[in-house]
Design a protein around this ligand. Structure first.
Ligand SMILES: O=C[C@H](O)COP(=O)(O)O
Length: 368
């Protein structure tokens, strides 16, 4: 079950977030950049207001990568269940020294490292964090207003982050100007929580958070729990060739999406990319006429992300392999009844060459 982390400025907003359904109350000063800290007094007041009802985290601040400064900031915030420590751009040695200094507080509070998606995050730090007693790692963006998380890192990179962090038993979070449509596509990666601030207000990031918006995001996140995720449920990846024809449904499609790909069996096709065009159609249950939010629909973004992930996976010999992998990946989602994938190589001859396949969900597999 993915949790909602809501960033709030103090006790009053914490109660709004709580009523709206947030799972983790995250204290930060939204007027002061990505990781503006609140005072220890505000942390105390928030703990008093929220009590044991929710876990509370507090950010250490927008700090230079200096061990003493970071240690002092953590020390002052250990009353919170979690302390979030930003790993800001610096040399590897400086960051390692900060991680080492922070590790002395891992018994007093649960430590979460924040890596910045828009500052070329180094995922090899995850091992270091796990070795130094950190409880978790998350991605966020440093420059608010310069695009959200998915603008800065591809689906494959995000998946890599989540997979690596989980393999090290780190609790993993994703954040960074997330909006409602991001929930479905990021939930497929199965992070432990998604972090929000800007989308919870009715205006700017430093405006007050709005209970209805918190509830909307909380509902969206809760709605993703019944989706079978590719990372955790390979059991649905059955051979779908012989499955009986399903009843129809509505079409969600991505057409003529062209990406440069390393593909082909010839030697001259290795070590270079060529343009490949993807057209994918998913047949889903009829869209209810009352559909108004992302929770009610299957998003074409999920298809786009699956295509991008496959495109980044390195050299593929056959378009057929690409097509079947993509179809199987998308059919892991129980909302998808049938999938049609058309893949064309555009740079080989006078026209396009490629394959088109259709795969269906077996009758035995769960449907939605
Ligand atoms: O920790 C999560 C952040 O507070 C997210 O803030 P944002 O959604 O405004 O980028």
């Amino acid at each position: 079950m993915i949790k909602l982390l809501a960033s709030v400025s103090g006790p009053a907003e914490a109660l709004v977030a709580l009523r709206g359904g947030a799972d983790i109350i995250d204290l930060k000063n939204p007027s002061d950049g990505a990781l503006g800290a609140v005072s220890p007094k505000i942390i105390e007041e928030t703990i008093a207001a929220v009590g044991a009802r929710r876990a509370i985290s507090a950010v250490a601040g927008n700090l230079p990568m200096e061990p003493e400064a970071v240690a002092r900031a953590i020390e002052a915030r250990c009353a919170a269940d979690y302390v979030k420590i930003g790993l800001f751009p610096a040399s590897r040695e400086d960051i390692a020294a900060v991680i080492e200094a922070a590790s002395h507080y891992s018994e007093k509070s649960l430590l979460i490292a924040v890596l910045f998606a828009d500052r070329e995050p180094d995922f090899s730090l995850l091992e270091e964090l796990a070795d130094h007693g950190f409880c978790g790692a998350m991605l966020d963006t440093m420059e608010k207003g310069a695009g959200g998380l998915t603008r800065h890192l591809s689906p494959a990179r995000l998946r890599d982050f989540v997979t690596r962090a989980k393999s090290l038993n780190l609790m993993v979070g994703l954040a960074g100007s997330l909006e409602a449509p991001d929930v479905q596509r990021l939930s497929i990666l199965e992070p432990d929580y998604l972090g929000f601030r800007g989308a919870l207000t009715s205006g700017r990031r430093d405006a007050a958070i709005d209970e209805a918006r918190v509830r909307e995001i909380a509902t969206l996140i809760a709605g993703t729990s019944s989706i079978a995720h590719p990372l955790s449920d390979p059991s649905h990846a059955l051979d779908r060739q012989d499955a009986p024809v399903m009843a129809g449904g509505d079409r969600v499609f991505v057409e003529d999406f062209v990406l440069p790909l390393e593909i082909g069996a010839y030697a001259h096709e290795h070590g270079r990319t060529q343009e490949v065009r993807f057209s994918v159609e998913a047949i889903v249950a009829p869209i209810p006429s009352a559909a108004r939010t992302m929770a009610d629909i299957y998003s074409y973004d999920v298809i786009i992300d699956a295509i991008r992930t496959i495109a980044e996976a390195g050299h593929t010999v056959l378009v057929e392999e690409l097509a079947t992998r993509l179809a199987e990946d998308l059919l892991l989602d129980p909302r998808v009844r049938q999938i049609r994938v058309r893949i064309e190589k555009l740079g080989l001859g006078p026209g396009a060459v490629g394959v088109e396949i259709a795969r269906r969900r077996p009758q035995s597999a769960p449907l939605r």
